[in-house]
Design a protein around this ligand. Sequence first.
Ligand code: EPU
Length: 294
Amino acid sequence: MNWQEELRALDIPIRYHEPLAKHTTLRIGGPADAFVEVTDVDALRKLADFTRHVPVLVIGRGSNLLVSDNGFRGIVIQLVDAFESLSADHERIWAGSGVALPRLARFAAHRGLSGLEFALGVPGSVGGGLIMNAGAWAQQMSDTVRIVEVMTHTGELLSLDAHQAGFSYRRSNLSNYFAITRARFDCVSSTVEQVTSEMQALYQQKIAAQPFAEQNAGCMFKNPPGDSAGRLIDACGLKGTRVGDMEVSTKHANFIVNHGQGTAADLLKLIEHIRHTVHQRTDIWLELEVRQVE
Ligand code: EPU
């Protein structure tokens, strides 16, 4: 049996040639050979087995992905249902990896639990946010996460502590595993009013400083030590620079927005132009924050 036949035998709905542009916030990316929504750990374990024969990519909410126009030759998995569960026990929150970060932030705020206020303005999922240690306004995922449950490529579930997850600025070693299944966040007790008002204040700051309504993937580049990639790109006069429909945001220069018909090829050209211009002027080579999929 080839992998396509094996996949069909699992009896889960499969979408063939699914445009990944539908699943990325930048709205770019060609088709995946096969796209499946996985609803529980048992089904996920069966798919882990496929990694022996075919590339398998687990995606969250597609908010930090730069998918090539050629798409993905293999199976793309989105984690739904059981992976979207949320529960709280005193100050501890268990969140499935498919939970949207804004939902996690609101869940914590409704219980007066502090530590995840920043997440209201982060459009990713718990899994994706953990892999890149997402953060904003001096908070990041690694401040509150205590346990990350992952599945290995052989289908085994492991509970990692934050040290084993290897967090640093916009990094972790979690992408070495097949998938993240859920995580435990240990928050600090406060009041609903206090956490909600802090969360709303951060959200307003985001709306004021960053493009919001337009399609984008958050910050394109990591900040170099001691500086801001946005400040550097802006200082090079690159705001508003455009390739096709992809444009350096005029609001915050570390964001690239898609005005509608942008492609990955346009975006890659723009990225190279930004990198070379910033390098020429400052000697700094900007590192991508978005995850490239080809
Ligand atoms: N700046 C400019 N021009 C710009 C953008 C920024 O001069 O176009 C200046 C600002 O005036 C400020 C400095 O650069 O003096 C820093 O800007 P900002 O406060 O916007 O922070 P940042 O370093 O650009 C980081 C994170 C964001 C996060 C914000 C707020 C990274 C790569 N970026 O941006 O995270 O939302 O701080 O805390 O770490 C993300 O990671 O996707 C992201 C958006």
